[in-house]
Design a protein around this ligand. Sequence first.
Ligand SMILES: C[S@@+](CC[C@H](N)C(=O)[O-])C[C@H]1O[C@@H](n2cnc3c(N)ncnc32)[C@H](O)[C@@H]1O
Length: 207
Amino acid sequence: MSKIPNLEHVKSYFDKRIQEHGASPRGSDWNSETSQNLRFDQLLQVVESQTFSLLDYGCGYGALADYLVAKGLDADYYGYDILESAIETARQAHAGKLKRVFFTDKAQLPACDYTVASGIFNFRGEQSFEDWTEYVLGVLGEFDRLSRRGFSSNFLTKYSDADKMRPDLYYADPMVLFDYCKRKFSKNVALLHDYRLYDFTLIVRKD
Ligand SMILES: C[S@@+](CC[C@H](N)C(=O)[O-])C[C@H]1O[C@@H](n2cnc3c(N)ncnc32)[C@H](O)[C@@H]1O
């Protein structure tokens, strides 16, 4: 039985960022638009068509929706976040733009061709590494159920420089998660760990 941690600490952490920095990379706790987009580029490697539906799980203010358009990708975009203030910011930032829906209600999570998640597992606060790992595996299972064609997610890496690592962040083991996805979800899994950030991306293809 997987433990579902109380995510209030996650909400409060990201709420501070969005209240202070609004619809900007720092509002999602990223250092720059360049690194935010570099992560999107990795995650979008799961996509193998021009037209598709996409669930952005932990969408923040929905930066990915604009990035898809900038890349010439025609997606029906669904942005989900647990944080009401992020979704409120997203709705304002994307008002009047087509083919994007934002919501916080988990009951509305749609099945899509693809699910992507950027940065949602990074902050674990005071949860233990073991409990957080169990939670992560549970959410990966959710991605699998929601995604027809595949899903992708990024994680901070345990191969980060020791002096830069923070006790409240989750540094995942890429080998363990790769192995889990390969055994549990699909034979076709990619581990991307060469894009010069302290994180890695897992791509799981289901077709
Ligand atoms: C680092 S921010 C990234 C936002 C966006 N993906 C981006 O790259 O700009 C992580 C977001 O994930 C959300 N989040 C964390 N855990 C979540 C969960 N279990 N379900 C939904 N959203 C979650 C947070 O509220 C926050 O808005």
